[in-house]
Design a protein. Sequence first.
Length: 277
Amino acid sequence: MAWNVTLLRAGAFRLDAGCMFGIIPSPVWKKWCTPDEANRMPLQTNSLLLERDGRLVVVEVGIGDKFGEKERSIYAMEDRAIHDALHEADCDPKDVDAVIVTHLHFDHAGGLTRHAADGPTLTFPNAEIIVQRREWEDAIANRSTMHKTYLKDHLTPEVAERVTLVDGEDEVLPGVHVWPVPGHTWGQQAVRIDGGRQGQVVFVPDVMPTRWHSRSSACMAYDVEAWTSQQERAKLLRSASEKSWKLVLDHEHGHPVFTTSVDPDRPGEHILTESDL
């Protein structure tokens, strides 16, 4: 039996647009999006809720609610987190059986824990947390181009106790597959879900965070290996086009669900078309 897939919006935020587009000159990317006065572009923390036979799974958990006012101002964070999105979907986080995170940067995994008076507490106290082994090891060792993205307050001993480590491509739950898409981090993974009538739904991590990053040159300054990210993005888009996948982009601020097709006028490039889940 297939999963029912629901899109969740776990909170808007902003990052420096120049960093988001790497080597692409600002006169080019400013044709795609208009930055604010601080040169930041709008982003979203998109997530998925999967439901099947009374079982609940969350893919990606966003930033969470632990940042102070200074950081919230720097990133223009919306006062919203994954638990708010789940409550709107009539879902209690304690009823979630499994959480899959694509990687462990704070804007993807910060929501694993919540603010509490005596320190961070588990958002999903009964859930298995599924992540690639390489990603977990890099996060614990803080191997990153950014020094404040693998944060101790979402990589707590309580989180570690619930982690299931995956080595490469695997069917981690019936009808739910993960596979490595390195480049942004070495241990990043994508997630493909059998959605039955909804089709094959792929949650796309920071290999292609927004619609503007479908271009072959659109790698982020945050990527640990831009060339690898470029190659992985090309492979993902080819597969999506050939297999009619629906893609959910992790940071797309607008409509985040797309199908893709080969661009007949630009060899090696693809066209994204908005789609429903």
